[in-house]
Design a protein around this ligand. Structure first.
Ligand code: 5GP
Ligand code: ZN
Length: 113
């Protein structure tokens, strides 16, 4: 999608601090670090958000969670982290290319604001 921020980041047209990449996902540091660890796990496939995901997207949605779990392990934050798919503007979604937030490295309040 030519006008999509995350498609352009994945394509290397917009710079990012890459954490990990494979055939399915691109992972990079969120530009506004809301926690000591705040990375975005982004499917290379342009899916708008969870509510637009199709049954064939189930694997990539779960795979993003497993990538997050691995990064959580590598970063030593397994005493508490959170993975979040924001869905829709009222939940704070601002980029309409599906992405999983991984937040950790500090105490996280529940419920979130
Ligand atoms: P959302 O609000 O849609 O759930 O998450 C979008 C995230 O993308 C936000 O946390 C925001 O800080 C991050 N973000 C927005 N623009 C950029 C950018 O150009 N580069 C990076 N690395 N992160 C961005
Ligand atoms: Zn996109």
């Amino acid at each position: 999608m030519p006008d999509c921020l995350f498609c352009n980041i994945i394509a290397g047209k917009i710079p990012s601090k890459k954490v990990y990449e494979d055939d399915l996902v691109y992972v990079f540091e969120d530009i506004r670090q809301a926690a000591p660890t705040h990375v975005l796990i982004v499917p290379k496939k342009h899916i708008i958000d969870l509510k637009h995901a199709k049954p064939e997207d189930a694997e990539i949605i779960g795979y993003c969670q497993l990538v997050a779990a691995r990064i959580g392990r590598e970063r030593g934050i397994e005493d508490g982290y959170r993975t979040v798919y924001n869905v829709g503007p009222r939940a704070g979604q601002s980029v309409f290319h599906l992405h999983l937030h991984l937040l950790g490295g500090r105490d996280l309040k529940w419920p979130p604001g």
